[in-house]
Every structure is written in C-alpha cells, then in structure tokens.
Design a protein around this ligand. Structure first.
Ligand code: SAH
Length: 512
C-alpha cells in the first residue's frame, strides 16, 4: 500500500464548536465539516437542525449528559472517538459553544493525538460571550469594564470552589457558566468578600434560542429575580456594570406587545418569521404541526399518468413542494408537465410554484378554497381532468365543486402530523408573545392538542393574555368550534394579511 493510500485510510477528528444555540452561529468551516462527516459525535445543547446537515449515511452518536445521568462517561467518549477515527473515518466531534471553553475538548484532543490520530479544531462562538450579547450585554464596555473573566460555577464535592476574595477584587465583568444551581453560593460568596450589593447582575437562560429569557437585578436580588421568572439551566450569570447596557442593546428578546407565535411546521416557518421581522414584529417558533410527504404506490400511479391531466391544482405551498419533490425524484423530466395548466389558491402558493419555474394560469381574487373551486369550475370543460395534490386532511368541498365539471383525482400527498405533548414548551413560548396567529385549521388542532385539550388551550390563552388571529373564515370556524375566540381576522387570507392585521392592532400601520 502506498504512502498516499495510507494517508487516505487514516481517520481524523475535527473538534467543532457548534455555537451557543442559534443555528446561524456556527462557523462556515464548522458547517462544512458537518457536511463531510462520516461519524458525528454530539452533545446536549446542540441545535438539532445542525445534525440534519450531516450526510444521510453519517453515523450520529449522542453522548450528552442529562442532569445527573451521564449518557457516556468522558473516558468512553475519548475511546469512542479514537475507535471511529482508527477505522479510517472522518469524525466530527460537535460541541456546544467553543470546544475549548469548559468543553473538555483539550482532553479529547490530547487523547487522540497521543494515539496517533490527527486532530483539527474549528473554534465556535462561545455562549459566555454570545449569550450576554444576545441579551444586550457587551462583556467589555468603555468606562465600566476593561476585562471579562469566565468561570465555571460547577464544583464537585471535593473541589475547593471559587476564590471569592480574588474574584471580588476584579474590576472586569464576571461571567459564570454551569453555575445556575450554585447561584446562591456565587452571589453570597461575592457579597461576603466585599463586592457591592448593588452590582448589576443578569441571568440569561437558553441564550440565543427562541426560548431565551433574561432576569436582571443586582447581586443581592438576582437569585430571587431568576426564580420569579422560572429560569432554568442552561444559563449564564453575568455580574458587572455592563448589565446596564441591556436597556439600550437588547435586540433579540421579544419586547412586550411585539412577539408573535409561529405554530406551523419548522420547514414553513422561515418565510413567516422573515415577514414578521421585516415589520418590526418578533417571531417565536413553537411548531405544533409537522408536514410529512407521503411516498406510497398511489404516488407513482399519479405521476405515471401525468399525460392524462389537463389541470394541476394547488391549495397550499406545501402541496406544491410535495408534488415537485415527488415529481423530481420519480419522473425528473419537466417536459412531462409542459401541457398542463396550473391553478393556485393564492399568491403565496403562486410564488412557490414560480420558484419551481411554473406560472399559475388561474388564481382566485379571494384566497379561499370556495373561491378557487367556483372560479376554476367556470373554466373547466367536460374533457378536462384535474389532479389535486393536497393535504390528507382536506375536506371534500373543493373536490365536489370541481368534479361537477370533470373528473378530479384527489391525491393525498402529505400528512399534517400533530406534535404531541408540548404543554411546557408552549407555555414558555406564550409568555414571550402577544399574538397567536393560526394559519390553518390544522394549526388550531395542533395548538389545542399541544396545550392538552380544548379547555386547557382556552385557559392558557386567557392566562397569558395573548390575542388570537385567524388567517381566514375556515380557520376562524375551527377556532370557534374548539372554544378559542378569534380576536382578529386577516382581511387578506395570507401571511401578509396576518402581518397587516397585527400591525394595525399594535397601532403600527392602518389596516387596508
Ligand atoms: N463550550 C461551551 C460551554 C460548555 S459548559 C461554550 O463555549 O459555550 C455548559 C454551560 O455553558 C452551561 O451550563 C451554561 O452555563 C452555558 N451555556 C451553553 N449554552 C448556553 C445557552 N444557549 N444558554 C445559556 N447558557 C449556555
């Protein structure tokens, strides 16, 4: 075997910092490493969406710790990395924040290097700096902190703990990771060592994620403030005058009155989030439904019959995506769609269709199912044939309207699955928002199920004082059926319509 073969055979480990939680806070180089990984060994506190960037055949191994229950002890993690790399594989060891900040990355690296495995490090954005930044707190600031110091607040019984006399004498910002359970020990220790009781302090929980929340106080009351807000681990404690900058620099956490809950599938939430941000509103994601494309024999049958259809009718962007993805995978030759006319329910669906290179031939004035059915029926002739790829839970009205004119194949192309048992997450998210828009009847069902039933849903909404918004009459009807009063209804039945009606309600812009 040549030296070159040998090189290619040799595995390698990349110690990669995943950043603090926000997907976008991984480095370009870190993401590229994930995209090339053959084995991905990852911890808790990693944004799950990063894992989806690994190749399909990548072996993903979770080694994180859950409270006191260690999923895999450190020596076994070291050995696992060694074993996988010595089989000649590209191993990415993905760690929260930066791999060398309280991440035991150094230990793993040395263990591998001592055994002849090449190791590379891709630093990450550490939560110790990014967490405070996302809470509006710069770790240094002219005239109030010219240094910052990062400590671990987690000690084993046999460890000495912190040297509070030295800490209290430091002029710079004090930052504690892993210290939430020891917050009392930290604040009391600093006070006893002479640190001023009115020193500003903050605790930032779940920093840079949609669930980020921050308690602000002073050394003397921060523990009480954090408890009052029910903050929990993971959390960062910041002590020093820099905390005072938060008032001006807090850009990320929803301000009262501007937070909007997004309940739809994670795949669909980006565009809505973007529209909200552009209007000065603040999206908070809590997906209660999930769109799953169906791949069954039926699908092949429809796709093979494409020549027989004259119209393709889409009632949602999901329908377009599901159809185009299935077509691309199974047929692949776009000319097979060249003879077809396309009808869509509204502008958002038309836009997604356009993104695939097809212009809608028909779109009703009012973006509702009945308008589509009635308007399109006027154009259909007896020798037309319609394919209607749509949600498995759609009702029959549209099909009935169209099939009065010509044959219609109702292709149940995707399922809308409800994500079960999310009441704790939902409750947390609801506390950060003012508006709860429902973009479809299925988001109403998802919300009710996630909340633990219709009564619980109504109760939680009134407890947090949120305003509900319906995208249109069908969604409003479903809300009423389940005991949720629609406070607002969009005049234009689209995401833009929802943004407009919310802005009008906040007093931002006139509703038109
Ligand atoms: N290597 C990581 C730190 C690992 S120690 C880094 O550079 O960020 C784990 C501790 O980091 C947690 O106990 C918590 O104090 C902090 N932490 C990590 N991610 C966090 C987040 N998103 N929000 C708040 N604290 C976080």
């Amino acid at each position: 075997m040549s030296a070159k073969d040998n090189m290619q055979k040799q595995g390698r480990v990349w110690l990669v910092g995943a950043g603090p939680g926000d997907f976008g806070l991984i480095t370009v180089k870190g993401l590229a490493a994930i995209e090339q990984a053959q084995v991905l060994v990852y911890d808790r506190l990693i944004n799950d969406a990063l894992l989806e960037h690994a190749p399909d055949d990548c072996e993903k191994i979770y080694v994180g710790k859950q409270a006191a229950n260690h999923a895999l002890p450190q020596p076994q993690i070291n050995e696992l990395l060694y074993q996988k790399a010595s089989q000649g594989r590209r191993v990415v060891r993905l760690k929260g924040g930066d791999p060398y900040v309280f991440g035991r990355g150094g230990e793993e690296g040395l263990y591998l290097v001592e055994r002849g495995i090449p190791v590379e490090v891709i630093p990450g954005i550490t939560s110790s700096i990014a967490g405070p930044a996302y809470a509006g707190i710069p770790v240094t600031h002219r005239e109030c902190a010219s240094s910052f110091h990062v400590f671990t607040g987690n000690f084993k019984d046999d460890e000495r703990g912190l040297d509070f006399a030295n800490l209290a004498a430091l002029e710079g910002t004090l930052i504690f990771l892993m210290g939430f359970a020891n917050l009392n020990y930290i604040t009391q220790g600093l006070l006893a060592a002479g640190k001023a009781a009115d020193t500003p302090a903050a605790v930032i929980s779940q920093a840079t994620t949609n669930r980020q929340r921050t308690a602000v106080g002073t050394l003397i009351d921060i523990e009480e403030k954090a408890a009052a807000q029910h903050l929990s681990s993971p959390a960062i404690t910041v002590i020093g005058r820099v905390v005072e900058c938060r008032e001006g620099l807090n850009f990320f956490e929803p301000q009262p009155g501007r937070g909007v809950l997004i309940l739809r599938d994670a795949r669909q939430s980006d565009i809505f989030a973007q529209k909200l941000r552009q209007s000065g509103l603040q999206p908070v994601n809590c997906p209660v439904i999930q769109i799953v494309n169906r791949t069954d024999k039926q699908a092949d049958a429809y796709l093979q019959r494409m020549a027989q259809y004259s119209w393709l009718v889409f009632t949602s962007p999901n329908g377009v995506k599901a159809f185009m993805e299935a077509f691309q995978a199974q047929v692949g030759d776009w000319r097979a769609l060249g003879h077809l006319k396309f009808a869509v329910i509204g502008r958002a669906t038309a836009q997604v269709l356009q993104n695939w290179g097809f212009t809608a031939d028909y779109c009703p004035e009012r973006q509702i199912s009945d308008a589509l059915g009635q308007g399109l029926a006027e154009q259909l002739k007896a020798d037309d044939r319609v394919l209607l790829p749509r949600s498995a839970i759609a009702d029959n009205r549209l099909q009935d309207l169209l099939s009065a004119k010509c044959p219609v194949d109702d292709w149940k192309i995707y399922d809308t699955q409800i994500v079960e048992d999310m009441s704790a997450e939902l409750w947390e998210c609801l506390q950060n928002v003012r508006y709860v828009p429902f973009t479809s009847a299925s988001t109403v069902d998802g919300f009710v199920q996630a909340a633990g039933g219709a009564a619980a849903a109504a109760e939680v909404l009134s407890a947090v004082g949120c305003r509900t918004v319906a995208i249109g009459p069908v969604t409003a009807g479903r809300m009423q059926q389940l005991g949720i009063a629609p406070d607002l209804q969009a005049a234009e039945h689209s995401l833009d319509g929802i943004v407009k009606v919310i802005l009008a309600d906040t007093g931002g812009v006139e509703n038109d």
